[in-house]
Write a protein that binds this ligand. Sequence first.
Ligand SMILES: *Cc1c(COP(=O)(O)O)cnc(C)c1O
Length: 393
Amino acid sequence: MSNPDWNEFDFATTAVRAGHVRTHEGEHSEAIFSTSSFVFQNAAEAAARFQNKLPGNVYSRFTNPTVRTFEQRLAALEGGECCVATSSGMAAIMATCVALLEAGDHIVAASGMFGSTTQLFKKYLTRMGNPVDFAQIDCIDDWRNKITPQTKMLFLETPTNPLTQLADIAALAEIAEKNNALLVVDNCFCTPVLQKPLDLGAHIVIHSATKFIDGQGRCVGGAVVGDKQRVGEDIFAYLRTAGPTMSPFNAWVFLKGLETLEIRMQRHCESAAKLAQWLQDEPSVERVHYPGLSQHPQHELCKQQQTGFGGIVSIEVSGGKEAAWKVINSTELLSITANLGDAKTTITHPATTTHGRITDEERAAAGISDGLLRIAVGLESPEDIFTDLKRGL
Ligand SMILES: *Cc1c(COP(=O)(O)O)cnc(C)c1O
């Protein structure tokens, strides 16, 4: 089985096996090719490799066998033709925009995205000649209204963090198609276990591998998945020139993460669902944001679009910031940190951390109240997580 068609295999099998090419040493676990350059048999082979006339590795900023194994495995899991790995999730977004947009091309992005993504668009891409407008993620008409004749890209992440609002990917893919624009989906929160944006019509999928793909909070990395021309040629060409490539060691950690991704995501989802139910019955909890709850405004869309409801639960406690901080400060088990997708449950107060630098009006418009807490549910026992939260509720 040197290069099988992974479409014929189930997700779990692909996640464990795809992309691995065993060397003459017969290693069972994938090797880490920690080498910056590669050696040629003779001068003619060197010349041919440099001119792309012979396939093969030249330098690890261009290609590396461990990184390639990760890329092929993630491409197979997302159902894309091609994947390129990057040094971080942000590098994946930057590479996609720089490689695929011309100066003057307009972007419509979802409001309420990851802070650095919003900042990258507002501060840097605008400066490079790519104006951006933000659309209310769950309002198709708003997306339609923000599109101009210059719009070349729609960009979103779904569900949003921390309020778990969803974008209707298939509906937006149709709008993108009609307007000759690309639909780019950051699939960090769902991973291909829960959501396959390419199957729903998106052109490009972005990952911060740092989160659920690693799953244990060890390495920073990212990836772009899509078709051969845009990802395999255009974005790859940018990466090999500009340099934000993934290190072989990080690729190896992420490969190992992919092997357990499905069972981890199932556990994240199960525990988050239990916790959301329990928290709903707490008198000091005014509101629970979780797409798995039947009263979530997009519960039905979530059931169509995702195969699970995800591992992130947000709650609004009565008593504002003081009450929210009390919950955080009463925890003994949970980690007070903004990272997510980790085996360890994390708790964050968005109004004073991730959303602390925006104005009060912007925060109110984004729906980030002072009593809001985000819990990225880890792999501990859900009962223990609940007990730890209850201390301060
Ligand atoms: C963390 C994150 C990113 C950025 O990824 P890094 O690996 O930290 O660069 C992008 N999008 C989302 C949704 C994220 O959560």
